[in-house]
Ligand binder design. Structure first.
Ligand SMILES: [Fe+2]
Length: 388
């Protein structure tokens, strides 16, 4: 952390500051026109290679509600949602993400989105009738980081099923919470997202100022999306919320009972970053889905930015459990506006996995305390030995 002197070390072991302590060496130019006013992450369009198998996973196992479906696509929503969908499963030849879709505040914000991305030289496509069922006029772009982003305001309203407790399962998913994107240059991506109106809530970096990941929000939660350092552009995960921790445990129990424990990639656990309780699953195509609950409110303008030391063994799991290597290395392809997979560019900076796991990495439980430090999570061999 280059500006550690500008940060305050908290009694919890992380640092806080007022401004995100992230500087981009190679920034995307800041457009001269205002950014669209984004409300929240609204839905993801996922291309899946076996629609029925994916439908089984998201509907029969995870319990999302089918708003509408046809032979090519299934439109799903969470129990508290009142817009047409939070997830589109669309049959296609290559498993990938077709759109990270955000709702904007007014129809006029679509004009702003067009002007914003056009000035950056991005490909921009606007459709009066939208790109998916249930969504009205929409703008899709390939952003300067290579991600397919969508913006819309007009949408078909559907019944909010929050009061329909007869439909709840023990693992009921109630909201879409966030996206997570993999990108080689996290400071560049963060600066671009700040220009788009996002505010950073947390980040992970080292003493030299290398940034490994950053979380950013429009709605007043920890994030609407996060930028994870790695080969990209790729999609790391899409996250749905439950109300409580026990709902996540119930999902684990159900997967065990269905002999589907191999769908569990990591967790359940408590994050350091975001303070949320979590579980990571892999769908039949390997798309990663997080089940998430109980992060914190971030809506005040002077909400402190939390910075974690990459060597803090509790940053990604508050209980100190190791992160499995697949979680660091595997992610989903993203598509351009023609439906072709975007080329993946390698990250050149240090990888979080390399600096924290194995012989070359180190982590600590207590900073500046010999008994709290050890060389590599490999020293907890019984925990990670079967994963490497
Ligand atoms: Fe997440």
């Amino acid at each position: 952390m280059t500006n550690r002197e500008d940060m305050t070390l908290t009694s919890s072991g992380f640092y806080v500051s007022q401004e995100a302590p992230i500087k981009a060496d190679n920034p995307v130019p800041t457009p001269s026109v205002p950014a669209p006013d984004i409300l929240r992450c609204a839905y993801m369009e996922l291309v899946v290679t076996d629609l029925l198998r994916s439908r089984d996973f998201y509907v029969d196992v995870l319990g999302l509600t089918v708003t509408e479906e046809d032979e090519n696509a299934v439109y799903l929503r969470s129990l508290e949602e009142f817009i047409h969908h939070n997830l589109v499963l669309r049959q296609g030849p290559v498993a990938a993400v077709a759109a990270f879709s955000y709702r904007v505040r007014t129809p006029e914000d679509l004009d702003k989105a067009v002007a914003f991305y056009t000035e950056l030289g991005c490909r921009v496509e606007r459709r009066k009738d939208g790109f998916t069922k249930g969504i009205g006029e929409s703008v899709r772009v390939t952003d300067p980081l290579g991600f397919p982003y969508e913006f819309f305001y007009d949408v078909e309203h559907v019944e909010r099923l929050a009061w329909r407790y007869d439909l709840y399962t023990p693992g009921a998913l109630v909201r879409l919470d966030h996206f997570n994107q993999v990108t080689p240059d996290v400071p560049r991506a963060t600066k671009f997202m700040q220009d788009l109106g996002f505010r950073v809530t947390e980040d992970i970096q080292d003493q030299e100022g290398t940034v490994y990941a950053a979380w950013m929000r429009r709605k007043p939660t920890v994030h609407d999306t996060a930028m994870t350092g790695g080969n990209g552009p790729r999609m790391h995960h899409v996250a749905f919320s439950t109300h409580e921790k026990h709902n996540i445990l119930a999902i684990c129990d159900k997967l065990g009972a269905l002999r589907m424990s191999d769908a569990i990639e990591r967790g359940p656990g408590r994050h350091g970053v975001s303070n949320a309780f979590y579980l990571y699953l892999r769908d039949p195509d390997g798309h990663r889905v997080e089940i998430y609950t109980q992060d914190y409110y971030t809506g005040d303008p002077d909400n402190p930015v939390v910075t974690w030391d990459v060597h803090d063994n509790q940053r990604r799991d508050w209980w100190g459990n190791p992160v499995v290597p697949s979680w660091y290395t595997e992610a989903s392809l993203v598509l351009d506006l023609d439906g072709n997979p975007q080329p993946v560019v390698e990250r050149t900076e240090a990888s979080e996995m390399a600096v924290t796991i194995g012989a070359d990495g180190f982590s600590y439980t207590r900073a500046d305390d010999e008994s709290g430090s050890y060389r590599g999570e490999a020293s907890k061999g019984f925990k990670i030995g079967h994963q490497l």
